[in-house]
Design a binder for this molecule. Structure first.
Ligand SMILES: [Fe+2]
Ligand SMILES: [Fe+2]
Length: 329
């Protein structure tokens, strides 16, 4: 796998100009190609791959200067029920993306998905360094097994990232605004968050390219697989899938942390609609700097917009009834 050349970056390091330039470049990109980019076309594929290459952020996990934490903050971080699942998810994502990349005949798309896998491994390194710096206990990692069906594994990982990132964007903004965590720690994870945005941007556009370039006879089977992935992820997220430690014991890790972790990252109570509205605005903000001609992941934002719209409508319909009841009382 090609490793991009990293340059040192630390949250409060001396090379602040490099950090700022890399952060800005990672979230703003427009193709120099003129005219529309038909999804799945050669021009669209070139633009997607160029976006992923040009927005690479060269931070280096080995030089991150982990800030000292006071006892309460450290205890809060150690207690988050996510560390095992986060480390293992990044490990699996790296392997699955690398495996799927090897099956792609198109050299440009192959290199791009492989680069995505490389970045997942870097996320795992960031987490491993943090876990070591703060003495966070971890369960033994499972063996990472090569997927037998790389396309299925990549679809599961890609859609999973689309769901998790949507909620993580909102939770991360809450954590940032809460002031509970040191700004250095927020700064360290900011490029990781934006990378997940780039990853799901790539995934949504790869999906369009893959659909357009696959033989027509494969398409119905592929759409069935996409539907099956959603069923699988729904099953996983209602808690039927539990993580195991090295001894086969169940570990209290939270597959749904990105959905219900508000109280763990901020000392404020946020209603579900308020949290969803924050996730939506953060999602829009993170995608806003990329070429409008590239496709965005739509399922989670659409579902949440639909849910919030239905809630507003229900409230409007109930308001006159409540008012009448109040007058009658
Ligand atoms: Fe990741
Ligand atoms: Fe990712």
């Amino acid at each position: 796998m090609t490793s991009p050349d990293p340059v040192p970056l630390s949250p409060r390091g001396v090379d602040v100009a490099t950090i700022r330039a890399a952060d800005h470049a990672a979230r703003h990109w427009t193709s120099s190609a003129a005219g529309p980019l038909a999804p799945g076309s050669e021009a669209h594929k070139r633009a997607v791959c160029a976006m992923f290459h040009d927005t690479f952020n060269p931070y280096k996990p080995s030089v991150i200067d982990w800030p000292k934490l006071d006892a309460a903050t450290l205890a809060r971080i150690v207690a988050l029920p996510i560390w095992d699942i986060a480390v293992q998810t990044e490990g699996k994502a790296r392997l699955r993306m690398a495996a799927y990349a090897r099956t792609i005949a198109d050299p440009l798309m192959r290199e791009t998905i492989a680069r995505n896998g490389w970045e997942e491994n870097r996320h795992k390194e960031v987490l491993s360094k943090m876990v070591a710096a703060y003495d966070i206990p971890l369960a033994a990692e499972p063996d990472y097994v090569e997927p037998r069906d790389p396309e299925w594994a990549y679809l599961v990982t890609g859609y999973s990232e689309c769901i998790d990132s949507f909620f993580a964007f909102g939770l991360f903004a809450m954590a940032d605004r809460s002031g509970i965590f040191p700004p250095e720690l927020i700064d360290t994870f900011e490029p990781v968050m934006q990378e997940e945005c780039r990853h799901i941007l790539l995934f949504a556009n790869w999906l369009a390219w893959h659909r357009r370039t696959m033989p027509a006879w494969r398409r119905p089977w592929f759409e069935l697989r996409v539907a099956a992935v959603w069923v699988f992820l729904g099953w996983e997220r209602i808690g039927l899938a539990k993580s195991m430690d090295g001894d086969g014991k169940q570990v209290a890790q939270d597959n749904n942390f990105t959905v219900n972790g508000t109280r763990a990252v901020a000392d404020v109570e946020l209603s579900v609609p308020e949290l969803m509205a924050l996730c939506l605005s953060e999602n829009d903000r993170r995608f806003s700097g990329y070429d409008r001609r590239l496709l965005r992941p739509t399922t989670m934002p659409s579902l949440v917009r639909l849910g919030l719209g239905a809630l507003r409508l229900t409230r409007q319909l109930l308001r006159p009834r409540r008012a009448r009841a109040a007058v009658a009382a």
